[in-house]
Ligand binder design. Sequence first.
Ligand code: BJW
Ligand code: ZN
Length: 241
Amino acid sequence: MPNGLTILDVRDRIREAQSVTVLTGAGISADSGVPTFRGTEGLWKNFRPEELASPEAFARDPKLVWEWYNWRRELLATKRPNAAHEALAQLEKQLPDFWVITQNVDGLHTMAGTQRLSEIHGNIWKIRCTQCHHVRHNHDVPVEFPPTCVDCGGLLRPHIVWFGEPLAPEDLECSYAALHRCDILVIIGTSGAVYPAASFAPVAKDHGAFVVELNVEATPISSMVDVSFQGRAKELVPLLL
Ligand code: BJW
Ligand code: ZN
């Protein structure tokens, strides 16, 4: 119970808030059975990020990168939102100003019903043409290689932000606006290892927000927040919200 605040005290603060922003990471979907990136069971234990999640990797070996995404699409096609995703979708209906910023590409927030959402690292169920940049929804499992654009014949890639690539300006704009205006920022299940999301806690704090972290363990973000609760997202989020 850091700062003497219980999770129910924070729940009361959220009920009184005008504006709440939520930042989520892989930990919220871990409770749906989706692997996280880092940690002992994380994806990066078996796969090197620079070999699969970078524009250089795709230029070098697009087939290998598509095989990895096909494997993940196959896994994700079996996953459903959990109680944490659902609690956030409910809260959206109750608050005048609410925004979810997710680093997750799995689409589970949308499946749970969240509408006020920025998917800042993209979405695995969207694909983009490397030539004409057209983005389309695509739920094929697997995507046949080489996938080509119906408009221009260009090679298609996952609509995901890889290392070294800029985030979409409209996502950054919505995210920073939500971080600047919120009374409370709730950060759920992220290791705080990847920028710019890793800097969102201090951005919100500098604009006067009360910042809450929910995670199964302490992270580099823990020392910057007002209160940090340790536990699983699917248990803590419904209690908090
Ligand atoms: C639970 C739980 C349970 C478990 N309940 N909790 C500043 C400083 C240093 C470096 C940089 C910087 N700015 C930019 C960079 C470079 C780079 C970066 O950050 N590198 C770092 C490694 C240092 N950033 C970028 O390249 C970004 N681009 C950018 O900044 O562009 C600038 C630019 C401008 C102009 C021109 C060009 C460039 C892009 C970053 C994109 C990241 N993409 C990835 C991979 C996508 C591949 C894919 O998914 O297919 O996105 S990286 C990977 O990490 C993925 C995630 O979204 C992201 C964050 O991971 P997350 O969600 O935190 O997961 P984990 O696994 O790390 O943590 C899980 C957490 O959950 C843990 O804490 C657990 O304890 C917890 N947990 N179970 C609650 N049940
Ligand atoms: Zn095209």
